[in-house]
Design a protein around this ligand. Structure first.
Ligand SMILES: Cc1ncc(COP(=O)(O)O)c(C=O)c1O
Length: 373
């Protein structure tokens, strides 16, 4: 059997990782400013993380959601405290798209309405509802096309208000910072306005913090820069440093009913052990503060490079708009300088490193990047 050929691959295979570096089979060392697409939050192969998963798999790797699992409760308590949402409830699943599916179902169950308002260039995942809420017809199969999702421009509060006034909406779904679109940050004023307007119309505000959350922007969730509290928050990616997991944080106003949501693998013992270890490290190593400091440093330094068109983002979620082809520059960074970066569209280089990245590593990137520009 061969692989279903849906991914464009670089001709490189990391076989080992340590901290902010990965290595191929020949031992070539690569600086990782991509974090496997914003997934590596605490660095590769952190000893505390490795120990936690190894010990858990030796005890019990999995049992179903039909029995008690105190690891889930421990994770919920820790996540609630560190994120500032200890009055919310936690539903655990397996991916970002699945977290968004469950968030949308919850909003729709709650209000009895079916329409969802999303934003131009949004990306929310590839499963049925999530891809319908994604502003990219090329990844929607005819089966996914629906009149239940509408799109308005980001930062256009009047457009949001006009849509919600029509009625029939259960939710507004928005990324904390648009990632796949190329790092576009909704303004803090817009986010506050969005909170007011959704409250006014009794529509759930769902924050997709799958890429922008978990400390990446220098606060736990990117929306916290605007000082708002959404009704539902979705997370995945950095939550378990690569162990597949998604999560939905749910305001106390939603009532849980038995059987309303569910999953076989969600919240399994191994995933919870991984996620608890991640939060241990985020806390003990001050990684959110580090993301803010090193992120600000990177952004400031990049903004001093006259060859760049624009530098966008917050903390360690950075989009660098260049004059030429981002794909070409990323290839040079990878094969000539051994630095992994991300991309978004034709002209944006995306930086999504682990929150453990230091200034010295930021400088390695900045020097190489400047030379190649
Ligand atoms: C903002 C956002 N939402 C949802 C997803 C989907 O997550 P997953 O690939 O885990 O389903 C992604 C993935 O890139 C994302 O960036």
């Amino acid at each position: 059997m061969k692989l279903f050929d849906v991914y464009s691959l670089y001709n490189v295979e990391p076989v080992r990782g340590c901290g902010n570096y990965v290595y191929d089979a020949e031992g070539t060392k690569y600086l990782d400013l991509y974090g496997g697409h914003a997934v590596i939050s605490i660095g590769h192969a952190h000893p505390h993380y490795v120990k936690a998963i190894s010990e858990q798999v030796g005890k019990l790797g999995f049992y179903s959601n039909s029995v008690e699992n105190s690891l889930q409760t421990r994770l919920a308590e820790k996540l609630g405290r560190i994120s500032g949402y200890d009055d919310y409830s936690l539903f655990l699943c397996n991916s970002g798209a699945e977290a968004n599916e469950n968030a949308l179902k919850l909003a729709s169950f709650h209000s009895g309405e079916r329409k969802v308002l999303c934003f131009s260039k949004a990306f929310h995942g590839r499963t049925s509802g999530a891809v319908s809420a994604t502003d990219n017809p090329s990844i929607q199969a005819p089966f996914n096309r629906t009149d239940a999702v509408e799109f308005v421009p980001l930062n256009d509060l009047a457009a949001v208000e006009a849509k919600l006034a029509e009625g029939g909406f259960c939710a507004v779904l928005i990324e904390g910072i648009q990632g796949v679109a190329g790092i576009h940050t909704p303004s803090d004023d817009f986010m506050r306005g969005l909170r007011e307007v959704t409250e006014h119309y009794g529509v759930s505000l769902i924050l997709d913090e799958i890429q922008s959350g978990y400390g990446r922007t220098g606060v736990f969730f990117a929306h916290q820069w605007a000082g708002i509290r959404p009704d539902i928050i979705t997370c995945a990616k950095g939550i378990a440093n690569g162990f597949p997991m998604g999560a939905v944080l749910i305001s106390p106003k939603y009532e849980a009913k038995k059987g309303m949501l569910g999953t076989t693998f969600g919240g399994n013992h191994l995933a919870c052990a991984a996620a608890i270890a991640v939060l241990d490290i985020v806390e003990s190593e001050g990684l959110i503060e580090n993301a803010r400091n090193v992120g600000n440093y990177l952004i400031e330094q990049l903004r001093q490079m006259p060859a760049l068109k624009q530098v966008r983002g917050r903390g360690l979620m950075i989009g660098i708009e260049i004059e030429g082809s981002a794909a070409e520059l990323r290839k040079q960074l990878l094969f000539e300088r051994h630095i992994f970066t991300g991309g978004a569209g034709a002209t944006t280089v995306r930086l999504l490193p682990a929150l453990t990245i230091g200034k010295a590593e930021a400088d390695i990137f900045l020097n190489n990047f400047k030379e190649l520009l």
